[in-house]
Write a protein that binds this ligand. Structure first.
Ligand code: PCA
Length: 203
């Protein structure tokens, strides 16, 4: 079984992105799962082209996109991608759309097709802080999550897809007391999401 895992390039003036730091540390294989990775630009205009190229190359059965959410205190398994672009800060191309659809005329929302609840339970069983989340926001992460599920709905690529938001890594923690996690815990969390998804697919 093949899994594609993506992380995002740094954004918002930061020099690293927790999602990419973790994705880069994933092993090439985890039991029966072959892991491929890709870095996506934090750009409304360019991220989905990069994602579709990576999917076409990998032909995966599982696609997990991972993004950083600095204000979150746990690994957040996202359930819902909404058809809205609404940016609080400019993306890496300086674009800052307000109240725009991702796909004009597209469905209001898509649900993740990886087993979100089972996955959260598996993360907690491994003593990692984890939550089900009903909103991936309206910035580039939600844009990519919506685009991913839109590709899946168009049946161009048959895969289970989902999105994981992760806290900052320790190196990013500032004196303001921002929550952070060791990058190794985020890596383990991604592995657990992949394993739980692969098992659910077999049953
Ligand atoms: N987090 C942003 C975009 C890229 C990232 O890692 C978000 O939550 O939308």
């Amino acid at each position: 079984m093949k899994a594609l895992v993506t992380g995002f390039e740094p954004f918002g003036g930061e020099s690293i992105n927790a999602s990419l730091e973790a994705v880069r540390r994933l092993p090439p294989r985890l039991g029966a799962i072959e892991i491929m990775t890709a870095a996506l630009p934090t750009s409304y205009a360019r991220s989905l082209g990069a994602l579709e190229t990576a999917i076409a190359r990998a032909e995966p059965q599982i696609v997990l996109c991972v993004g950083q959410a600095g204000e979150r205190v746990a690994l957040c398994v996202e359930r819902l991608a909404v058809n809205i672009q609404d940016a609080r800060i400019p993306d890496n191309d300086g674009a800052q759309p307000v109240d725009r659809p991702i796909v004009p005329g597209g469905p209001a929302a898509y649900l993740a097709t990886l087993p979100a609840r089972v996955t959260v339970a598996a993360l907690r069983a491994a003593e990692l802080p984890a939550q089900l989340s009903m909103s991936a926001g309206t910035f580039v992460c939600n844009h990519v999550f919506y685009g991913l599920m839109h590709f899946a709905a168009a049946r161009r690529h048959p895969f289970r897809g989902g999105f994981l938001h992760v806290p900052c890594v320790l190196q990013q923690a500032r004196s303001g007391g921002e929550h952070s996690m060791p990058v190794e815990d985020i890596v383990r969390g991604i592995e657990i999401v992949l394993e739980a998804t692969a098992q659910a697919r077999d049953t």
